[in-house]
Ligand binder design. Sequence first.
Ligand SMILES: NC(=O)c1ccc[n+]([C@@H]2O[C@H](COP(=O)([O-])OP(=O)(O)OC[C@H]3O[C@@H](n4cnc5c(N)ncnc54)[C@H](OP(=O)(O)O)[C@@H]3O)[C@@H](O)[C@H]2O)c1
Length: 270
Amino acid sequence: MEMQRVGFIGAGQMATALAKGLIQVGAAEPATLVAADPSDEARQQFAQATGTATTAENLDVLGRCDVLVLAIKPQQLAGVLAQLCGRIPPEMLVVSIVAGVRLATLTEGLGWEIRIARVMPNTPCLVGQGASAFCLGTEATPEDAQRVRRLLESAGLAVEVDEALLDAVTGLSGSGPAFVYLMIEALSDGGVRMGLPRSVATTLAAQTVRGAAEMVLTTGEHPSVLRDRVTSPGGTTIAGLKTLEAGGVRAALMAAVEAATVRSIELGNG
Ligand SMILES: NC(=O)c1ccc[n+]([C@@H]2O[C@H](COP(=O)([O-])OP(=O)(O)OC[C@H]3O[C@@H](n4cnc5c(N)ncnc54)[C@H](OP(=O)(O)O)[C@@H]3O)[C@@H](O)[C@H]2O)c1
């Protein structure tokens, strides 16, 4: 696939992570990227992290990219849409990572039916381990899907879903890092309770979560199969698992995803 010229509106954390990722995986060269941001500080940090061009004018980016990424906060979107309205050429793909804003709202704000994708990324994108989901507008082509995938996979994993499922994605992978931080903290507390120094306990807890996640992703096995393999009869693991089941951890995690999804729907309708 040809290298794409990517322009970012907003040169904040997410734009920086995606631009760095694209360069690192060889999907773009610094000369093919550009970012616009009114903040001197954001532009400076973006340029320093990526070695790419920046501008203070959003409209400067339009003539310099094939893929335009909207990487601003939701409250900054209305102003940006008003600026870009009626100016998106038919061959350009717009990718919005603005949390909670629907394809229909974006299309309406940009003036006409355009090639567009909406993305729900998560914070581990900032360290190249994101879990992102995206959906496509009706004008987007299969090649556009590949372009979005390439952009997102430079900062982790990406899956395509229907737009109606993006609230569930928000509840699972969007809010999920916070659920896992809590689990890591609790595992670490258990280690400290049993005598481990805090730094050792937290390192072991975090690496255990990373290792178990890697096992699920690389083997493709169902988690219950992997769990069974480390659960020997009468052993230590089954003793711990019994306690987790008695504490309702499984039901609590399911309910957490449900509650976060419901809240995402409420915020979207608000
Ligand atoms: N960070 C994450 O992990 C994460 C996860 C999921 C979704 N998202 C979504 O991704 C989007 C970007 O998040 P972020 O963390 O990268 O935000 P961020 O670091 O605040 O970046 C946004 C940047 O856009 C700039 N900006 C403000 N108004 C602008 C305008 N009119 N034109 C161009 N740029 C403008 C901001 O400048 P000022 O600072 O001066 O306002 C800031 O530098 C958000 O919608 C967020 O909800 C982020």
